[in-house]
Design a binder for this molecule. Structure first.
Ligand SMILES: [Zn+2]
Length: 480
């Protein structure tokens, strides 16, 4: 009997087994059957498919055409569901083609003759079950991936620093020494206090190239710094895919949901260094090189005039102070945060002064004032120290330093005057009422932020010819 042989492996099967192995095993089993049944094999169709769609199975389509053209009397395959998978109408196409051509389906278990009514029922039933089984296979595939990860294998694309390799049947990773050296540098630099942007710049300058883009971005660097794969671990469930409207979107799961297991591949980065970097990443801007906590009193208010995005306050690597940066890369130049905040305060303070303060009891007022003034004194002392740091680290030029110092001295003198007035016997009676400037000098960044949010609706930031311009939009205009 002239017979065509159809071999098919689905990607879902047995991940630790290579495609060649499965297909060879199936082929041997089928050849055995052919010998036993004295079938004459006159064609072999072999494919690996991942989907349900008949039209994504070119060998199956070729087989159907040959069946229709009378190339054979029977088709030999492992089981019926190797033929029929997909929608009911596609199964209909397959079964009808076999039936019309009078071609039998032979499996090692039994022979189906579609012209025999009872057999046809059986076949349809089987294909129906095969369709049900597809759901199970999808589940099995997920399990297979999880099992491979549990065994320390690595299935995804190789991350920067590694290439794909195999250990026995288990897919794993092998370091590419040239790239691995860059990965180590990234971790070291970050642990030493460099920022992700600076590291990206350094890598690009060294000629390192990421896998799927032209140059390293700070996002790409951050993603590498967070990836436990570099410690020799395997992470599963780090990302999930959301399908919406035919498009697939990658979503990062929360780290608590990651499944981290020891991998078979060698580490590029020591665990202790990795942990150090994670700590710094978690408390971004708080640690490293003595940088203090940066809180933006204008948080949520300053927007980029070009793209409308919020300007983020970012710490400087190994330096005090910070800078404002539009989140959209390369959108507009960054600017010094301290200078920006001082300029904004200076501009907004007169407006703040126009807001009438609620009347208070004299005694309470005096106490509160003393508290405020002492707080202000502390704050000014802190500013003076920071000013020196800014000069020493080269953030401020000598001229800028002199200018800031002059302003600071004026503020200090005013404060000393206020404190003297407070200390005099007439304090609380003759002293000027609590001023907005006092309130501001004593406010924490969060308190200051609440204040500005009440007064200001937005601040647009624009850089022109090296100068930074702010356009303030007020929520309300206080009475003159
Ligand atoms: Zn922008």
């Amino acid at each position: 009997m002239k017979t065509l042989l159809y071999l098919r492996k689905s990607r879902a099967e047995d991940l630790s087994d290579s495609t060649g192995d499965t297909l060879r095993r199936h082929r041997e089993a089928l050849e055995e059957t052919a010998r036993a049944l004295r079938l004459e094999i006159c064609g072999v169709y072999e494919e690996v498919v991942s989907g349900e769609d008949l039209y994504a199975r070119p060998e199956m389509l070729r087989l159907l055409r040959d069946v229709r053209d009378g190339a054979c009397e029977a088709v030999l395959c492992m089981d019926i569901d190797r033929l029929g998978r997909g929608t009911m109408s596609q199964q209909g196409v397959i079964l009808e083609t076999f039936k019309e051509a009078g071609v039998k389906i032979i499996t090692p278990q039994r022979t189906y003759d579609l012209l025999d009514e009872t057999d046809e029922d059986y076949t349809e039933l089987q294909t129906f079950f095969a369709r049900k089984e597809l759901k199970l296979i999808k589940k099995r595939m997920r399990r297979g991936v999880e099992r491979t990860a549990a065994e320390g294998g690595y299935l995804a694309n190789a991350p920067f620093g590694y290439e794909k390799s195999r250990e026995g049947k288990l897919p794993t990773l092998r370091p590419i020494e040239e790239e691995a050296a860059f990965v180590r540098q990234m971790f070291l630099l970050y642990a030493q206090g460099e920022g992700t942007s600076a590291i990206a710049g350094f890598l690009n300058a060294c000629g390192a190239r990421p896998r799927r883009s032209e140059a390293f971005t700070r996002g790409a660097v951050a993603s590498i710094l967070r990836n436990p794969v570099y410690t020799g671990a395997v992470v599963w469930n780090r990302r999930r895919f959301l399908r919406a409207g035919g498009r697939c979107r990658k979503v990062e799961n929360a780290p608590e949901r990651w499944i981290v297991t020891p991998g078979k591949h060698p580490a590029i980065v020591e665990q202790s260094l990795f942990d150090l970097v994670q700590e710094r990443l978690r408390g971004r801007g708080r640690s490293g090189g003595g940088a203090r906590a940066l809180v933006n009193p204008f948080a949520g208010l300053i927007r980029c005039a070009r793209c409308g995005g919020l300007m983020q306050l970012r710490p400087r690597a190994n330096k005090p102070g910070g800078y404002l940066l539009c989140e959209k890369k390369g959108c507009c130049p960054s600017c010094d945060f301290t200078a920006a905040a001082d300029a904004l305060r200076e501009a907004l303070l007169p407006l703040l002064r126009r807001i009438p303060l609620p009347a208070r009891g004299e005694q309470e007022d005096a106490l509160r004032r003393e508290e405020l003034l002492l707080g202000a004194q502390k704050r000014l002392a802190g500013r003076r120290a920071r000013l020196c740091e800014l000069l020493e680290t080269g953030v401020y030029t000598a001229e800028l330093y002199e200018e800031r110092l002059r302003i600071l001295r004026e503020q200090e003198e005013a404060l000393v005057g206020q404190l003297h007035a407070l200390a005099s016997p007439a304090a609380g009676r003759d002293a000027a009422p609590l001023s907005a400037a006092d309130a501001l000098a004593n406010a924490s960044p969060a308190e200051e932020n609440r204040l500005w949010r009440l007064l200001v609706s937005s601040i647009l930031c624009r850089s022109e010819d090296g100068a930074v311009l702010f356009e303030v939009r007020l929520r309300c205009l206080p009475p003159a």
